[in-house]
Design a protein around this ligand. Structure first.
Ligand SMILES: *[C@@H]1O[C@H](CO)[C@@H](O)[C@H](O)[C@H]1NC(C)=O
Ligand SMILES: *[C@@H]1O[C@H](CO)[C@@H](O)[C@H](O)[C@H]1NC(C)=O
Ligand SMILES: *[C@@H]1O[C@H](CO)[C@@H](O)[C@H](O)[C@H]1NC(C)=O
Ligand SMILES: *[C@@H]1O[C@H](CO)[C@@H](O)[C@H](O)[C@H]1NC(C)=O
Ligand SMILES: [Zn+2]
Length: 457
């Protein structure tokens, strides 16, 4: 297990839920800084990582991988060979506390790399307490699509831009040696304005690379923050910074004070009636994230079940059409299909238009966020801070570990849960989960309500 994974495992409770707060912070900052551009020029670049050490970056903090990403390290680079969009590599600004990027807010994240550009880059916020034992840790990221920010420069033997290469010869880049090798080669870099990361930049924890939608490798040479971007020229194909694309609101926690919400994903049709009875008996409303394909299949009875859930006042929200790791889909067209088909069947069978979406497996990346934001008005992308870990324990000889996982997450400040009703043991513990929350003095409500967006309580 990686250090980060251990840290996540050990991590703890509350952080104000922020999205809105962050945005207003952010705008103030931008406005303020625009008034004194000269001041920004005096800020030196921040070299985050040149990969000299296997576990520490240039700031003296940890870098490493999560989710079993295969990483090859040599002094001067790391090379990833991804097999899954959840795999990730973080390089940290600080290990325990928060780091402020305010002095660099008008500058650019600069990454020198070779290989595929089919991945996402995130700037990860710390939680409100700057405490890795609280939930979530890391906190909310904002994420951009690497491919949109790539600058390719053709350079000659002497490191000078070459006039001799044209777009035909450029096709062959995959066979070009490392960017700093002798001979004619192409250098690939990312320049991402720090202003494209809409998080609280006064408390960041790391930069991360994830959301791979390829098995091709990528090699990182350098990660830093720099004040300038090269001017557009023929050598860099007139590179221009793209605009920031809308990408929805990623939420981990309820924002309404004292609130708690259950987001219940996929279920076993045979357990649906039992879940409904428990919710009736406990008199709580929850949010169900429903897969489109299940509604299409009459055998599941899900259309009838969720119609009844709607009548009882529960929130019904989107969870894709066929439940893939959406960011891992090779094309944007396939991501669109997942979104559009589930929207269509929701409308047809339930007459529901929801802008709440829970990503299957919690897999999130730039492209799926952008596509969701293209089809849904400012969508909520709902992650969680309480995991009952039914996927881990429900089928074992120690199903009570689900209760332990739930209690542990709540004690670390989690207030937005993920669970399923796939296994009878999870359903059996549901009344106890509810009791635990009630006895902690929190009020259970739908996710839209806990985000101060839904119908009145
Ligand atoms: C690009 O270079 C190749 C090989 O040198 C040449 O055959 C081709 O005509 C050039 N293409 C253009 C558009 O200049
Ligand atoms: C299907 O769901 C409805 C609504 O909950 C329920 O009344 C009905 O008994 C269910 N049918 C079957 C066959 O389970
Ligand atoms: C979603 O939340 C879980 C639990 O906090 C976390 O492990 C995962 O990285 C989060 N996903 C994203 C995209 O932030
Ligand atoms: C749990 O076990 C049942 C039967 O023993 C099986 O059908 C189901 O797929 C298992 N679920 C998980 C999540 O492993
Ligand atoms: Zn699911």
């Amino acid at each position: 297990m990686s250090v980060l994974a251990v840290a996540i495992f050990l991590s703890a409770a509350t952080g104000l839920v922020h999205q809105l707060v962050e945005h207003s912070h952010w705008n103030e900052l931008r406005d303020g800084s625009n008034k004194s551009p000269q001041k920004q020029k005096t800020i030196p670049p921040l070299v985050i990582d040149t990969f000299q050490d296997p576990t520490l970056n240039d700031l003296g903090f940890w870098h490493g991988s999560g989710e079993n990403l295969i990483v090859e390290h040599s002094p001067g680079f790391v090379r990833f060979t991804p097999t899954d969009p959840d795999q990730n590599f973080h390089t940290q600004f600080d290990t325990h506390g928060c780091f402020s990027l305010w002095p660099w807010q008008n500058q650019f994240l600069h990454v020198v790399f070779e290989g595929t550009d089919k991945f996402s880059v995130s700037l990860n916020e710390h939680n409100a307490e700057c405490d890795p034992r609280r939930r979530p840790f890391p906190g909310v990221p904002d994420t951009v699509e690497a491919a949109r920010y790539v600058m390719r420069t053709v350079v000659s033997d002497h490191g000078e831009p070459s006039q001799s290469r044209n777009s035909t010869t450029r096709q062959d880049e995959s066979h070009i040696p490392a960017w700093d090798a002798p001979g004619s080669y192409s250098k690939t870099e990312l320049y991402i304005p720090m202003s494209h990361f809409h998080i609280a930049q006064n408390r960041v924890v790391s930069v991360s690379f994830h959301g791979f939608y390829t098995h091709e490798s990528v090699t990182l040479h350098r990660v830093e923050i720099v004040p300038m971007v090269p001017s557009p020229s023929p050598e860099n194909e007139y590179f221009k910074i793209p605009s920031k694309l809308p990408n929805g609101r990623l939420v981990f926690r309820c924002s309404r004070p004292g609130s708690f919400a259950f987001g219940i994903d996929d279920g076993q049709p045979q357990l649906a009636q039992q879940v409904m009875e428990i919710l009736d008996r406990e008199d709580v409303r929850v949010t169900f994230f429903v897969v489109g394909a299940g509604l299409r299949d009459p055998e599941t009875n899900f259309t009838q079940v969720y119609r009844e859930m709607l009548q009882k006042g529960h929130q019904i929200a989107l969870h894709s059409n066929t439940h893939p790791k959406m960011e891992g889909l090779p094309t944007v067209g396939e991501i669109d299909d997942e979104i559009l088909q589930t929207m269509q069947i929701f409308k047809e069978k339930l007459n529901v238009e929801s802008s709440y979406f829970r990503p299957p497996y919690g897999t999130v990346g730039a492209r799926m966020r952008q596509q969701l934001a293209q089809h849904l008005p400012n969508p909520y992308i709902v992650n969680w801070t309480v995991d009952v870990e039914d996927w881990l324990w429900a089928n074992t000889t120690t199903p009570e570990k689900q209760l332990e996982a739930f209690t542990n997450s709540v004690s670390r400040g989690g207030n937005l849960a993920v669970m399923h009703y796939v296994n009878p043991t999870t359903v059996q513990y549901l009344p106890q989960f509810i009791q635990l929350v009630k006895s902690a003095g929190m009020q259970i409500m739908r996710i839209d309500q806990c985000l101060e967006d839904g119908p009145p309580l």
